[in-house]
Design a protein around this ligand. Structure first.
Ligand code: SAM
Length: 315
C-alpha cells in the first residue's frame, strides 16, 4: 500500500514537472487557450492514459514512454507547429474536425460568419418555403464551413418545424486542393453531413444547369492575405498551414474578383454572398459589390476587426 502511494506521489510530482517544463517552453504565453488545452492533454491523454492502458507496465517503462511522447511533442511545439496539427483535430461550432497540414486550421472568427449565414438562410427558407436552395462553400479546406452549416441549418429548420422536401436545400463545397478535399470528405463522413464535394478552381466545375431554378447562396473564406503580408505571418502559420490557403495574391482580393467573373460567365445572378474578408481589402470588396450592383454590409469579428462582407441583390 505504502509503495503504491509512493508511486502515486512520485507520479504526481513528475506530472507537475512536465507541466512546468511545458509552460516554460510554450512560445505564446498570451494564448491561454492553448496552454490550458496542453495541460489538459498532458493530464488526460498521457499520464492517465498510459497508466490505464498498461496497468501491469513497470513504472520505469511507463515513465520512459511518457517521457518520449512528451519530448516529441515539445520538439514539434518548439518548432512552432500549431497544437491542432499535433493533436490532429480542431473544434468548430461545437463539432470536431480532423485537420492536418493540407488544410487551414478553422478559426474562431469564421464561426461567426457561419452563424450569420445560418440566421439569414433560415429566414429566407421560412419566407420562401417552396424554393430550391443551393449553398456553395468555395475553398472548403477542412470542410468546417459547409459541414457545420449543413448540420446547424437543418437543426434550426427542424426546431422551427420547417419540413423540407427531399433535396430542397443542397450543399456543394469546392477546393482546388485534392488533399484538402480528402480531409473535408473524411469530416463530412464522420459528422454525417450531406455535401457534394467538387475539385474546382473556385466554382468553374459547377454546372450552370445545376444552379438553374435555385436560389444560390455562396459562402467563402478564400485566401485573402496579400502576398507581401503573408511573408510576414507568424511562423506557426507561415511554416505549417498551406500557402495556398493564405495567399490572396498581390492585392488580396484576387479570389473574390475571379469568383464574380466566373459567376458572370455562368449567367448566375440570383445570389447572396457571405464572405470572410480582411480590413486590408475592405475598400476593394465594397467596390466589387458596387460593380455587380449588390448591397454590401460589412461586419466586425469578436475582436472588433473588420471581418465579414454580406452581399445581396438590390431587388
Ligand atoms: C482560407 S482557406 C479556408 C478553408 C476553410 N473554408 C476555413 O474557413 O477554414 C482557403 C481555402 O481555399 C482553397 N483554395 C485556394 N485557391 C483556390 C481556388 N482557386 N479554388 C478553390 N479553392 C481554392 C485552399 O486550398 C483553402 O482550402
Amino acid at each position: 500500500m505504502a509503495i503504491l502511494q509512493a508511486n502515486k506521489d512520485y507520479y504526481l510530482l513528475r506530472k507537475q514537472a512536465y507541466v512546468v517544463k511545458f509552460l516554460d517552453r510554450i512560445k505564446h504565453p498570451n494564448s491561454s487557450r492553448i496552454s490550458n488545452e496542453i495541460i489538459a492533454h498532458i493530464k488526460e491523454n498521457f499520464t492517465k492514459g498510459i497508466r490505464r492502458d498498461h496497468q501491469n507496465m513497470p513504472d520505469n517503462v511507463a515513465n520512459k514512454l511518457i517521457d518520449q511522447k512528451i519530448e516529441k511533442i515539445l520538439v514539434r511545439l518548439e518548432q512552432d507547429e500549431p497544437w491542432e496539427f499535433i493533436r490532429g483535430w480542431a473544434e468548430f461550432l461545437s463539432y470536431r474536425f480532423k485537420v492536418n497540414s493540407s488544410v487551414l486550421i478553422p478559426r474562431v472568427e469564421t464561426e461567426d460568419l457561419v452563424k450569420l449565414a445560418i440566421e439569414d438562410i433560415t429566414k429566407y427558407v421560412i419566407e420562401n418555403k417552396k424554393e430550391k436552395i443551393k449553398i456553395i462553400d468555395v475553398g472548403t479546406g477542412s470542410g468546417c464551413i459547409a459541414i457545420s452549416l449543413e448540420k446547424h441549418l437543418k437543426e434550426k429548420l427542424k426546431e422551427q418545424n420547417i419540413k423540407l422536401k427531399r433535396n430542397q436545400v443542397e450543399f456543394i463545397a469546392t477546393d482546388i486542393s485534392e488533399k484538402a478535399l480528402t480531409v473535408a470528405k473524411h469530416n463530412a463522413l464522420t459528422l454525417k453531413a450531406k455535401i457534394k464535394f467538387i475539385k474546382a478552381n473556385l466554382i468553374d466545375k459547377i454546372e450552370t444547369e445545376e444552379l438553374k431554378d435555385s436560389k444560390v447562396f455562396i459562402i467563402s473564406n478564400p485566401p485573402y492575405i496579400p502576398t507581401k503580408v503573408c511573408k510576414r505571418l507568424q511562423p506557426s502559420v507561415m511554416n505549417f498551414e498551406p500557402w495556398s490557403a493564405l495567399d490572396g495574391g498581390k492585392t488580396g482580393d484576387m479570389y473574390y474578383q475571379e469568383l464574380f467573373s466566373q459567376l458572370k460567365g455562368k449567367g448566375i445572378n440570383t445570389t447572396s454572398f457571405f464572405f470572410e474578408i480582411d480590413r486590408l481589402i475592405v475598400s476593394k470588396i465594397i467596390r466589387l459589390a458596387k460593380t455587380y450592383s449588390l448591397t454590401c454590409s460589412i461586419g466586425n469579428d469578436h475582436r472588433g476587426l473588420i471581418r465579414y462582407a454580406v452581399m445581396n441583390d438590390k431587388h
